[in-house]
Design a protein around this ligand. Structure first.
Ligand code: SAM
Length: 378
């Protein structure tokens, strides 16, 4: 059981806190954050400059914040910040961590040791990766994100499955994401050079924040860098908190987010009603609640097939007996068949025919109606 939920002091909402996240996070109230996106040091272990064939230096990650003396030191660091994040995460919240082959396997293992429950990993495939200039390895064209709940028991985490699917042309969102790395106007510059070596694309954060939080929720990033998480969170009407140990980046992030104009949040930005998980109604429940009686005849559209409803929740037709789906599928010799849509019953009052899904909706309404209103639903 997690600690009781508290509230965050308003002054830290929508702000960048300068400091080490391992010291800042323990000072925040527990169970107050809805979503964490973490882009920690990768521990790239680069010791010497990389040169292109044309003798220009590759702009890689040599920053002091990415230096650790050993894997053991990196693991200690990882354990500390992951533990501190878990304390502030709500039970309904989730954590996303991004990394590369240098660190993500260590991070994943520590996450599990600390009690997080991995929900998915996502491969961000870079449509425009930096080539391997030495020609000694494969071009490293992806990064890996781990998405985890606070614990195995935290089953009611925020996830807008349906709107994600709708936004993906009605295809279930997959775990391989093709997105370009951050370039062009989005890339912050300082004296004509990249201001930060690992600035992430806003599109990546947009997808995650949209999928795993609601407007008004608190999104925290313990390795804020240029403030990509804060910029997207603000635009999408979320509250945000950034923690960053480098003062230059803190200033940069503040200036960047200052420019962001939140999108208006009228109804279309709110999670659509379809996001509510639909209650599963088995056909047998219609019999149990008297919405359909054994012996009722069901028509299979205009095909001429007629089934009879049995008292055990099966139906029988043309020598087949089973669920409304299996029997329909056998009658029509189709591998996939939705019995709710294609079997019709006759309304005894009007004589009209309706698909079984009409009764399923009535059953759902009965299940979801508070006591006292139930009579009006029927
Ligand atoms: C991989 S970068 C994050 C980049 C960021 N996602 C962006 O889009 O700009 C990691 C950042 O974490 C910061 N950092 C490293 N160790 C930290 C710590 N212990 N606490 C807070 N920030 C830290 C570094 O200064 C660096 O800016």
């Amino acid at each position: 059981m997690s600690a009781k939920s508290a509230t965050l002091p308003p002054e830290i909402l929508d702000s960048v806190i300068h400091g080490d996240c391992r010291e800042i996070l323990p000072a925040l109230p527990p169970c107050t954050v809805d979503l964490i996106f973490a882009d920690p040091p990768y521990n790239l272990q680069l010791h010497k400059d990389l040169w292109r064939p044309n003798l220009t230096c590759v702009d890689s990650v040599y920053d002091p914040w990415d230096r650790f003396s050993s894997f053991a030191e990196y693991d200690r660091f990882t354990r500390e910040w992951l533990l501190a994040c878990r304390r502030v995460l709500k039970d309904t919240g989730t954590l996303w961590v991004i990394g590369s082959y240098h660190n993500i396997y260590r991070v994943g293992s520590i996450l599990q040791d600390l009690g997080y429950w991995i929900l998915n990993d996502v491969v961000w495939i870079k449509s425009n990766p930096t080539p391997n200039f030495l020609g000694t390895r494969l071009c490293n064209a992806h990064e890996i994100l781990i998405w985890a709940a606070r614990s195995r028991k935290a089953a009611r985490y925020t996830f807008h499955y349906r709107s994600l699917k709708a936004s993906n042309d009605d295809l279930q969102m997959r775990s391989d994401w093709y997105l370009p790395i951050c370039t062009g106007a989005e890339r912050l510059k300082s004296a004509g050079e990249k201001a930060h070596t690992t600035q992430k694309p806003e599109a990546l954060l947009h997808r995650i924040i949209r999928a795993c939080s609601n407007p008004g929720d608190v999104v925290l990033d313990p390795f804020f860098g240029t403030g990509t998480t804060g910029a997207v969170a603000k635009r999408l009407g979320r509250r945000w908190i950034g923690i960053e140990c480098d003062e230059t980046y803190v200033r940069m992030a503040r200036a960047r987010i200052e420019q962001v104009v939140p999108l208006p949040i009228p109804a279309p930005m709110l999670p659509p009603p379809l996001d509510a998980p639909r209650r599963r109604i088995p056909f047998g429940m219609l019999l149990e609640y008297g919405l359909i009686a054994p012996g009722t005849l069901l028509r299979l559209g205009h095909t001429g097939h007629v089934a009879i409803v049995m008292d055990d929740g099966t139906i029988a037709c043309n020598g087949h007996r089973g669920s409304i789906h299996r029997v329909g599928s056998a009658c029509l010799n189709k591998p996939v068949f939705n019995g709710w849509k294609h079997w019709y019953y006759q309304d005894p009052q009007t004589g009209e025919y309706f698909p079984l899904e009409t009764l399923r909706e009535m059953m759902r309404a009965m299940c979801d109606t508070p006591p006292g209103l139930a009579e009006t639903v029927r």
